[in-house]
Structure formats: C-alpha cells, structure tokens
Design a protein around this ligand. Structure first.
Ligand SMILES: *[C@@H]1O[C@H](CO)[C@@H](O)[C@H](O)[C@H]1NC(C)=O
Ligand SMILES: *[C@@H]1O[C@H](CO)[C@@H](O)[C@H](O)[C@H]1NC(C)=O
Ligand SMILES: *[C@@H]1O[C@H](CO)[C@@H](O)[C@H](O)[C@H]1NC(C)=O
Ligand SMILES: *[C@@H]1O[C@H](CO)[C@@H](O)[C@H](O)[C@H]1NC(C)=O
Length: 249
C-alpha cells in the first residue's frame, strides 16, 4: 500500500517535471520525421492563407499565396515532387529519395499575424531487403547472415528473445555479415534480423549440418546424422547441454 502510494507520487512528480520542462523550451523545436524511399511524406502543418516551405541551404522551395494559389516549382530539384494541398494545407514530398533528407521549415502566416515556423529534420531510409543466411561450414554448423548496409542498419542474431550478436557499420557501401555457430538440434529457435528505423526483415537458419551425400539428407534424417556426427566427435562430453553452450558462444 505504502509502496504504491509512493510510486504514485513519484509518477506525479515526474509528470509535473516533464510538463514544466516542455513549457520552458520556448525556442521552436525540431521535429524528427522519417521517410521511405519512393513514398510520400507530408509536413503536418496547416498553411491555408499564405506561407512557405524552406529546405536547408536552398531557402524557399514552395510558396502559398492568399486565394489558394501556390507555387511548388520554385526549385528545379523539387519539380513535380513537391505539392501543396489546398484542403488540408499540407506540403507533401512525393517519390522520396535518400538525398531529400535534411532540414525543412514550414512558415505559416495567417492574416497579418506574425509568422509561425515549424522545423522538421527529415531522414529518408530504404526499406530493407531480407537478410540472407548461408551455410558457411556444414560440419560445425556455422552459418553467416548478411544484408546490404544502409543508414542506421543493424544485423542481429536472436535465439528466441535473446540477442546473441549484433553488428552495424558507418560504412554504408558494404554488406554487413554476422557469423554464428548454431546448435542444429534447436535450429528453428534462431533467427537473423536486419532492422532500420522504418523496416525489419528476418530470415531463418537453413539446414546447416549435412552428410557428405546431400541427396540423402532431408529433414529429420539430416538432423539425426548431424547429431550423431557431433556426438562421436565429443563422445567424452555428455549430451545436449554441451551443444547448447557451444551453440550460443
Ligand atoms: C484546390 O485544388 C484543386 C485541385 O488542384 C482544384 O481543382 C480546386 O479548384 C482548388 N480549390 C480552390 C478553392 O482553389
Ligand atoms: C559477434 O560477432 C563478431 C564478429 O563476427 C565476433 O568477433 C564475436 O566473437 C561474436 N560474438 C559472439 C558473442 O558470438
Ligand atoms: C561504393 O562502391 C561502389 C562500387 O564498389 C563504388 O563505385 C562507389 O564509389 C563507392 N561509394 C562510396 C561512397 O564509397
Ligand atoms: C557441405 O559438406 C559437403 C561434404 O563435405 C560438401 O561437399 C558441401 O559442399 C558442403 N556444403 C556447404 C554449403 O558448405
């Protein structure tokens, strides 16, 4: 009882603190927005009388004039892919590209009132492709997961909900890859996941440990052969527990 009371107070205090701190930040905040290559993105600020859209160093890239007139072709770079909707009042970028990322400012002027500005930091991402899991060495059940790198991409191996390993790289021009030694007995519990802020793709582990005659190996047969092989190799060590440990190392 006492505990939950205290907890409640704490939560209330925290809430007040958050309220105060948001009220104190007087300067216009920059909203982070994410876009996807090829898709559209609207800046959710209503401009109905008059206003502008500015982009980075280019300055004005679109204008709205009184009487629902607009010019969204001020700059060649955004020709035909920047629109203003005279009903919603939103500026929209269509067919987004990676290099449309940057800082956009919407200026909204109502009647003779002062100009209101809203700033957006847009980051455009590719939707990830599915990662590939390939068998690297089929005797020791080693597999490698790989995916093309891009902005904020991470590649991870999971076993159930547990994360086993993860990689990422600032070099966008490479293929990320992450090896893993799997415990064939629990092959289905592994998954490789590629993720960025707009997408997530997973891949399963293919049959990794096979006998020398691959045509004979299917499903459970392959599994049994693999286990037998490994048992023979570690005949002094007892049972599946050992495999579990080596598998997650
Ligand atoms: C709004 O835009 C639509 C489509 O461009 C146009 O047909 C319509 O006349 C416009 N409405 C006003 C009030 O300007
Ligand atoms: C994670 O992957 C890296 C790169 O391949 C490897 O050096 C490291 O040993 C791995 N860590 C684990 C816990 O498997
Ligand atoms: C990325 O790799 C391609 C082909 O290997 C090369 O032509 C290009 O210049 C590289 N780009 C960067 C930024 O390193
Ligand atoms: C698996 O092992 C067999 C026998 O050593 C070999 O012929 C085959 O190429 C291997 N396959 C892969 C995908 O490593």
């Amino acid at each position: 009882m006492l505990f939950s009371q205290r907890k409640k107070q704490k939560v209330t205090l925290l809430y007040l603190f958050v309220l105060c701190s948001t009220q104190h930040s007087a300067q216009p905040e920059t909203r982070q927005v994410k876009g996807i290559v090829g898709k559209s993105l609207s800046f959710l600020v209503t401009v109905l009388k008059s206003g502008n859209l500015l982009y980075g160093d280019l300055g004005n890239v679109a204008q709205v004039h009184p009487g629902k007139q607009s010019n969204t072709n001020l700059v060649k770079r955004f020709k035909d892919c920047l629109h203003w909707n005279n009903v919603t009042g939103f500026f929209t970028l269509t067919d987004l590209q990676i290099d449309d990322s940057g800082v956009y400012t919407v200026e909204n002027v109502e009647e003779d009132e002062e100009k209101m500005t809203h700033t957006f930091q847009l980051t455009v991402y590719y939707v990830l492709s599915k990662p590939q899991v390939t068998v690297h060495e089929n005797i020791s059940c080693r597999v490698v997961c790989s995916v093309e790198n891009g902005r904020d991409v991470t590649l991870s191996w999971y076993r159930g909900e547990e994360i086993l390993n993860q990689t990422s790289s600032p070099d966008l021009n490479i293929t990320l890859s992450l090896p893993l030694k799997v415990d064939e007995q629990n092959r289905d519990s592994y998954r490789c996941e590629a993720a960025n802020p707009v997408s997530k793709e997973t891949a399963d582990v293919p049959h990794s440990c096979i006998e020398s005659d691959p045509s004979k190996v299917t499903g459970l047969v392959g599994l049994a052969i693999c286990l037998k092989k490994r048992r023979n190799r570690h005949s002094h060590a007892g049972g599946a527990k050992r495999y579990t440990r080596t598998g997650s190392a």
